[in-house]
Design a protein around this ligand. Sequence first.
Ligand code: ADP
Ligand code: ASP
Ligand code: MG
Length: 406
Amino acid sequence: MLIVQKYGGTSVGTIERMKAVAGRVVQCRKENNDVVLVVSAMAGETDKLISLAGSISDSPADREMDMLLSSGERVTASLVAMAIDALGCKAMSFSGRQVGIITDTAHTKAKIEMVTAEKVKKALAGGYIPVIAGFQGINRETDDVTTLGRGGSDLTAVAVAAAIKADLCEIYTDVDGVYTADPNIVKNARKLLKISYDEMLELASLGAKVLQARSVEFAKKYEVPVVVRSSFNFEPGTLVIKEDKDMENVVVSGVAHDKNQVKITIQGVPDTPGIAARLFKPIAANGIVVDMIVQNVSTDGKLADISFTVPKTDEKLAISITKEVADSLGSKGVVVNDDIAKISVVGVGMRTHSGVAAKMFQTLWDSNINIMMISTSEIKLSCVIDAKYTELAVRELHKAFELAAC
Ligand code: ADP
Ligand code: ASP
Ligand code: MG
């Protein structure tokens, strides 16, 4: 088999862990597989680099951030290649550029447009284990280094797997697989043996950081079979695949939470055509992804409030754009709440079963948790609540939808 294996930050967090990874890889190679590795920066390294930049400038240039952040993965790639070499197997490390990972121009959250992988194929043919620095590519216009958004090494792995037509893409992390909720919050969460691309995409987009959402999107598009497993044991893990018949019978397959959103409200804007467009056009033009949007019904037909959520990383920019629009519209003001959490339930069975919303709202009511915003799609239901109730809400919903391990 041709297998792409990705090891996340905790899996390569120390020299001992890198040696353990090298041991697993060499074993896999001995079992007659061809292996390509993708590695993350050592645990905490990317955050450390971000805070170093923050101690120099309030608004460092995105291009420089990418130069800085991409270095973490390169350190790991070369060290892991050395560790494999020390065990007697040939290994060669590569940066994103060397692998031909071409992205768009959106520094710090670039999208992969093409992967040539020539050097990877050549290295494999020469009997080497390629070790690729994850999370990075090259700006197609300027040839500068780009990064792929937080958690982006998952995307590197899936994109490389698609490019070299690997049989499997294994994502090794610090949990055994994808659970019905974050196992670090819900102790009796249950490991899923398999999950559909669509459900995984919703869970990941809604805060389950076990896989980066973009990587799931990519896996779905190119039908890359993905397995999420632990690098700390040999348990089988969770298969992320195309939806099959028995998945539909499960109404809710997981609960996700996301504390990385901020709610912005623009108060008292004219209730006339074109207002929403004037607000959201400049926000989109700045590459900010808006998640939920709620506009209240104005009782007098004259003024309305619009609330929306954006990722905390875009908070400053989104607020300054909103304030500008608010001024130009003569609105009453802009209110920001960054102490919120989005709690979601996800399941393909929601398409054919009713009562999920009622049960979710009742459960939150029973815990006296107020709902600030609601949004739905075919297979998910999300509520924005006060951040201090996050853990309570996740546990109570997990219980109410009977997701626990028996
Ligand atoms: P890595 O550094 O290996 O990329 P991450 O920290 O990005 O690992 O992702 C693994 C973490 O995802 C777990 O430690 C867990 O806390 C979190 N997580 C959130 N939701 C889930 C879920 N539904 N199933 C498994 N893990 C989850
Ligand atoms: N090191 C990057 C991050 O912490 C990318 C990754 O780990 O996937 O987000
Ligand atoms: Mg990750």
